[in-house]
Design a protein around this ligand. Structure first.
Ligand code: FEO
Ligand code: CA
Ligand code: CA
Ligand code: CA
Length: 645
């Protein structure tokens, strides 16, 4: 995510304070001072020799990708771009009516009550649930869409794009902001090649920070640290916050990830459960605590413990209560990608998106039952949470975060599994997990069974902190790691294993700039390189579709880049979609037939000094007086074929 103003950057605070060994230390003998001075570690340099040689630009005889679209050219302008032969239709925008009787968007007259019945702000993750349940219907389904955060100066008239804007909000405007955070469920249907929202569908639902009651389940439910004045039992919370990416389960539920929850809490409190998460009295949303005590940790200290979880929602049952699954740990969850292991145990992969934080997986105790949906609904309440340690010998080891084992004992302040999950970051610190370059999406390729971790960037890594898994200091570009579980490809991959192989799949950046140390497959073109990988999606052929967040720092709009993952054109990324000015691209998700790719254009117009009154773009409406509006877009081939073909 990018932030609404230049104030406290959530990645600046709560950063990992530990001294877990880096591979620079492990590999000290191999790390020459000269290599470090040249900007790459020795390990990286060794890898670069081969990759730089293979970086010749596309020419006759270069390997040919299975992707056939003509590349979108790198650029930066007011609107979006798709390749020739494709179209991009707007499905729903911020403020559009969502639930029955939802009012039309009136940007000059926003209220919290109206926003509760409208599509929220800053759409992020998208999941698609076919209708009816159990079908593969690719023309009618329920979209689950996250609304990650709000941009004050772009949402309301009269503000400058500065640090002061949020603190000046009225209570009504704060109510709009609260009601614009959460998740929307929307029934959509494709008719004559175009996707439309089904108005007043019983599946349409607004799950919001303002008013949706959510149950806390798993080891932390009922713990003293979750008890508040409005919830003396410590088992419920109103709402979900900063919903970034997520995932979906084979039993047809949606998982939404609470990421930068700390930035909404004012005040200071003692203890790593606050400080290790960045709750340090410098909120990005200072106005909220003025009107609501629950966002002031000096008044309601435990409210902040009710956020930072994975939330499970049943889109097929509009009356179901969402559940925060505390067994999956409390951290700044980027996502929650689910796969069933060969033995039926359910595995959930996720990243903790902060500089120098970790990659996790959860393995359920129980097994998935494909014949009994009900039997699966609470599988995520019991199991083992692990954190990843990447070794220089090409192995990744999964370390269990289990109370009473290793250093997770009363001597270190852990008295129960509740303590372990509430302070998952500190537990992982003690076990010596590998500090990564901001883990974003960690997702499973259903064809080859491999797991891909997208590391978006880390401009704080110093030369002595480079390691085998994070090979560049001042990593402005990000990279992608490929993890290879034992057992074989596809459904044979054993995601319960405690040791996998791993390797670097892509080092992003410009392959023509030697100082970037980039690595792609051979034949990548001048439009095929990218920076700052964030979300990832796989098509039915196992090809990778990467969404970016941050490429505008290099003068290029964010968008989608796609590539094969095997064969001669593996990692030869190609540009497929370009965002409008100021936006990042989120939530790429295919329909089961791969004939539609849904994408979420987040924070359009979020350029420097761009405001509601004077925005850098008025995408997607381009109407005077209408601010830019985050929107879900359906990309299809005009001939009705498979996207990417
Ligand atoms: Fe919300 Fe890590 O992106
Ligand atoms: Ca992002
Ligand atoms: Ca993200
Ligand atoms: Ca994904």
């Amino acid at each position: 995510m990018r932030f609404p103003f230049s104030g406290p950057d959530p990645e600046d605070i709560g950063s990992n304070p530990t001294n877990n060994p880096t591979f620079a230390e492990i590999l000290e003998a191999r790390l020459t001072r000269r290599a470090a001075l040249q900007g790459v570690s020795a390990t990286a340099a060794m890898g670069l020799v081969g990759s730089l040689l293979s970086h010749a630009t596309a020419a006759e005889g270069d390997p040919v990708s299975t992707l056939t679209f003509a590349e979108v050219k790198h650029g930066y302008d007011k609107t979006h771009h798709v390749p020739p032969g494709y179209k991009a239709d707007i499905v729903i925008r911020w403020g559009d009516p969502l639930t029955a009787g939802g009012p039309a968007f009136d940007p000059q007259n926003q209220t919290g009550d109206k926003q509760l019945r409208q599509f929220g702000y800053n759409n992020d993750m998208i999941a698609y649930f076919p209708l009816p349940y159990g079908s593969n219907n690719s023309d009618n389904g329920i979209l689950a869409v996250n609304h990650e955060y709000t941009n004050t100066a772009l949402m309301f008239p009269g503000f400058k794009d500065d640090d002061e804007a949020q603190s000046k909000l009225t209570k009504e405007q704060v109510d709009v902001e609260l009601a614009a955070h959460g998740v929307s469920l929307i029934e959509v249907r494709k008719e004559n090649g175009t996707w439309r929202v089904v108005p007043n569908s019983p599946y349409n639902r607004a799950i919001r920070l303002s008013n949706t009651r959510i149950q806390l389940t798993g080891p932390a439910a009922g713990d003293a640290r979750l008890k508040t004045s409005t919830d003396p039992e410590g088992r419920f919370v109103i709402g979900t916050i900063n919903n970034c990416a997520g995932g979906w389960t084979p039993w047809g539920t949606y998982l939404t990830a609470e990421e930068n929850f700390h930035q909404y809490f004012s005040g200071k409190a003692e203890g790593a459960a606050y400080t290790r998460y960045g709750i340090t009295g410098k909120p990005a949303y200072p106005a909220w605590a003025k009107y609501y005590d629950r966002f002031d940790v000096t008044k309601e200290p435990n409210e902040a413990m009710k956020f930072g979880w994975i939330v499970e929602i049943d889109p097929y049952n509009p009356n179901s209560m969402p559940k925060k699954r505390t067994a999956l740990g409390r951290f700044k969850h980027e996502n929650a990608s689910v796969v069933v292991a060969p033995n039926g145990q359910v595995v959930v992969y996720g990243g903790d998106d902060e500089r120098f934080d970790y990659i996790y997986k959860f393995v359920s105790k129980g097994r998935y039952n494909p014949n009994n949906r009900e039997a699966n609904l609470d599988l995520l309440d019991e199991g083992t949470l692990y954190v990843a340690k990447f070794d220089a010998n090409g192995k990744v080891v999964w370390l269990p975060l289990v109370f009473g084992t290793s250093r997770l004992t009363p001597e270190n302040g852990f008295n129960s599994q509740a303590d372990v999950v509430i302070e998952a970051r500190r537990a992982a610190d003690l076990l010596g997990a590998t500090k990564m370059d901001r883990p974003e999406d960690v997702d499973i390729n259903p064809v080859n069974g491999r797991v891909y971790a997208l590391l978006t960037k880390n401009d704080r890594r110093t030369p002595d902190q480079v390691d085998a898994a994070n090979q560049r200091h001042n990593n402005l570009w990000g990279h992608i790691i490929e993890m290879i579980p034992p057992g074989g490809s596809g459904k044979n991959a054993d995601h319960t294993a405690l040791v996998y192989d791993w390797k670097v799949f892509i080092r992003a950046g410009n392959p023509k700039q030697r100082s970037h140390g980039a690595k792609y497959g051979p034949g990548v073109t001048e439009n095929g390189w990218f920076a700052n990988p964030d979300n990832v999606e796989f098509d039915n052929q196992g090809r990778m579709w990467i969404a970016t967040d941050g490429f505008p720092d290099f003068g290029v709009a964010d968008g989608v880049w796609a590539c094969d993952v095997s064969g001669k054109a593996a990692a030869q990324t190609r540009c497929f979609f370009q965002c409008p000015s100021g936006a990042e691209l989120c939530g790429p998700r295919f329909t089961p037939d791969n004939k539609t790719l849904f994408v979420a254009v987040q924070h359009p117009g979020d350029d420097k000094d761009s405001t509601f009154d004077n925005p850098s773009t008025r995408w997607p409406d381009f109407q005077e007086g209408m601010p830019p509006r985050p929107a879900v877009v359906a990309i299809t081939k005009i001939d009705g074929g498979i996207v990417g073909s």
